[in-house]
Design a protein around this ligand. Structure first.
Ligand code: FES
Ligand SMILES: [Fe+2]
Length: 401
């Protein structure tokens, strides 16, 4: 239990390595403000897939903490992102969450912007008013294997390493040619770090996720896992997959670069994919020839995590809302020529990660309630919370920087 007069830097310096965070990191709005400054607006966040915006004028709005960005395909076919803040007096310009338009008309006084963000109409302005000085601010946008990433900083961390090292994994699974089969939003009444910490560890999997635990091997001890892993490695080449591993995540990121990672882990024997009975739920991705029985974890930055099975991809994005709430977006992606009802059944496709996320939501909210208690004090991590521990060290490093 901390004294409320402790400064944030003292709190960071006093954090015991290998122990969960002090209560104030979860409950103090001042620390959240610092996180917005140093973490939330400074890192790349997955914002969907290019296939969601196929036509000129297609747009979607993405919200992160207090910020709102419009991602739009311009009339010339490029993808751009704009701050959703009117240059007149600051109203949100676009209040719909997605659609198709040739122009964005601010609902307040009607200032009108084209899809490139240029101001094209503003009534009754003085003679010396220059429309060209009042375009929408642009937001950094990068496309990686068809995945859309935005960053709310004008000087975002470099994605060069991720672009180079993830090129082959993204190519193997044909990421550019995926489509969104389903997108669900899970609001979570808890501090955002609790949600991401939960995603990073599988110490809770055996107790919270009986279905996940019968197919994924993450909670096995190392020796047992090595045996299952070897079976997968033996099959991989014939299935058209290359064995690769990158770990530049969080504190292991190169200076100036966004952290990223890739690894593939075997499912239990008999499971070709993450489905109810282990049988395929969609056509094989990319150029894959067969099922190796593995699932690849892909991480880009601190908020975005992807899981590539052989026949579908599940993408998780955790976005902070305020210090006491966050949101988990899940996208289920399949190859873009797969036909719903014929090549895949939506309910079967989303089944595992929908029930797993609902269960996670319950345990995260319970965790949040306990963390708010006067009796909460940091506790020691287990050996199965290694990634979570590193994540927390990175958070502290960024807050202290
Ligand atoms: S605030 Fe947008 S037109 Fe006035
Ligand atoms: Fe979980």
């Amino acid at each position: 239990m901390t004294n409320d007069n402790t400064t944030i830097s003292d709190l960071i310096a006093g954090q015991k390595p290998g122990w969960s965070l002090d209560q104030r990191f979860y409950t103090d709005p001042e620390i959240f403000d610092l996180e917005v400054e140093r973490i939330i607006t400074r890192n790349w966040i997955l914002a969907g897939h290019q296939s969601e915006l196929p036509e000129p004028g297609d747009f979607k709005v993405v919200k992160v903490a207090n910020e709102s960005a419009i991602i739009v395909r311009t009339q010339s076919g490029e993808l751009r992102a704009h701050a959703n803040v009117c240059r007149h007096r600051g109203s949100l310009v676009c209040v719909e969450s997605r659609g198709n338009t040739r122009k964005f008309v601010c609902p307040y006084h009607g200032w009108t912007y084209d899809n490139d963000g240029n101001l094209i109409a503003a009534r009754n302005m003085p003679a010396d008013f220059r429309k060209e000085d009042h375009g929408l601010h642009s937001v950094s946008l990068e496309v990686l294997g068809g995945l859309l990433f935005i960053c709310l900083s004008d000087s975002p961390p470099s994605l060069a390493g991720a672009r180079r090292d993830l090129a082959e994994p993204l190519r193997m699974f044909g990421f550019e040619n995926l489509k969104v089969a389903s997108h669900r939003v899970y609001p979570i009444e808890a501090n955002w770090k609790l949600a991401i910490e939960n995603y990073q560890e599988c110490y809770h999997c055996a107790t919270a996720h009986p279905d996940y635990a019968r197919m994924h091997t993450l909670m096995l001890d190392a020796a047992k896992r090595d045996r299952v892993q070897q079976h997968m490695l033996d099959r991989m080449e014939a299935c058209g997959l290359r064995d690769m591993e990158f770990d530049f995540v969080d504190t292991c990121a190169r200076p100036g670069e966004q952290g990223y990672g890739y690894s593939r882990t075997a499912l239990f024997d008999g499971y070709k994919t993450g489905s109810r009975d282990g049988q395929p739920v969609a056509p094989l991705l990319g150029d894959l020839k067969d099922y190796d029985g593995g699932a690849s974890d892909i991480t880009v930055g601190p908020f975005s995590f992807l899981l590539a099975y052989s026949d579908h991809v599940v993408a998780y994005i955790f976005t902070p809302v305020d210090h006491r709430s966050c949101q988990c977006d899940i996208y289920w992606l399949v190859r873009n020529d797969a036909v719903e009802g014929k090549d895949y059944d939506l309910e079967e496709l989303v089944w595992l990660w929908d029930i797993t996320t609902e269960a996670d939501k319950r345990i995260i909210v319970n965790n949040w309630k306990g963390v708010n208690s006067r009796f909460y004090q940091p506790g020691p991590f287990s050996g199965m919370e290694r990634l979570e521990r590193r994540y927390i060290e990175w958070i502290l490093q960024e807050l202290a920087a």
